[in-house]
Design a protein around this ligand. Structure first.
Ligand code: SAM
Length: 277
């Protein structure tokens, strides 16, 4: 199902990004869009009415949240049959990204144009200035709140080579960091705090030193360097090297091939050395 966003007469649902702190980060297109739509759905009307008042936008605001999802989806369905254009915003940043809104995209992607109005998202803002390899990266969002589920999840990420990005609350940060230290061992991390706001801060450290951190307040993005395989020491014997590859999951045949290639030796020489020991 293709969507030619601006070349049909379907109603449009705009997913409009809003600032994550500094109001100057709103885009001209976001303001224009919010001024022209018929209605705006938001996460919390108290939060969004302040934003709209700041930019002198007078539009009817309706709440859309996970807890009133079914009722709100019915309202949006009616909006679509009435050919209304609507906007969806969240409290801050890009709607849908660790925010309500995904069910709207899923439900109406056939009968409406789903149009993103891009802008700030905390994940990209943090990554761009973190100093960690920007790609590939893996954005996880919020970790599970239950300890066992969280630890299981962290374990499943242990050997991911991508830069890992999480949203985290300040009161759970130190617990998460000590769990990460146990599972990920020594890794560089960056705590990106209060982005775009007066107390913006990037703490670039590693998991070994995170016990020294004083308690942090505010909104936090936590970035963790991806897994890197320890370098193969130069003084290993052929047998030790092959054993190490096999411990990493290679078959003996694959390990012999890899060892021969790394040492620039004929495969047969490595094979004989391995089998004669
Ligand atoms: N949709 C938003 C986005 O595009 O980034 C994210 C919404 S999520 C409900 C809120 C979380 O995003 C916060 O708990 C925090 O982890 C992160 N966040 C939002 N604003 C932030 C900021 N100014 N500085 C650091 N992290 C922020």
């Amino acid at each position: 199902m293709n969507q030619s966003s601006f070349r049909n007469d379907k109603p449009t649902i705009y997913f409009v990004s809003t600032p994550i702190g500094n109001l100057d980060d709103i885009t001209l297109r976001a303001i224009k869009t919010l001024k022209k739509v018929d209605k705006i759905y938001c996460e919390d009307t108290r939060v969004s009415s302040k934003l709209l008042a700041h930019f002198d936008i007078q539009k009817p605001l309706f709440q859309y949240h996970d807890h009133n999802k079914d009722v709100a989806l019915k309202h949006i369905e009616k909006d679509m049959t009435d050919y209304l254009d609507i906007a969806v915003i969240s409290d801050a940043g890009t709607p849908v990204i660790s925010d309500p809104g995904f069910a709207i995209v899923k439900t109406f992607k056939k009968e409406a144009n789903i149009v993103p109005i891009p802008g700030v998202s905390a994940v990209i803002t943090a990554l761009s200035a973190s100093g960690l390899p920007p790609h590939p990266f893996m954005f996880y969002g919020f970790l599970p709140s239950k300890t066992r589920q969280r630890q299981k999840l962290l374990k499943s990420l242990e050997t991911k080579t991508e830069t890992l990005i999480f949203y985290e609350s300040p009161h759970r940060l130190s617990k998460t960091l000590s769990e990460m230290k146990k599972i990920f061992k020594k890794r560089d991390i960056v705590i990106a705090r209060e982005l775009t706001k007066r107390y913006e801060e990037f703490i670039r450290t590693d998991l070994d030193h995170c016990d020294d951190l004083s308690p942090l307040k505010g909104e936090i993005v936590l970035l963790v360097a991806g897994y890197t395989k320890p370098e193969m020491p130069d003084d290993l014997t052929i047998l030790e090297e092959i054993t190490q590859y096999m411990n990493d999951g290679l078959t003996s045949k694959q390990a012999i091939k890899k060892c021969a290639k790394r040492r620039d030796l004929p495969k047969n020489t490595v094979y004989m050395e391995y089998h004669n020991n």
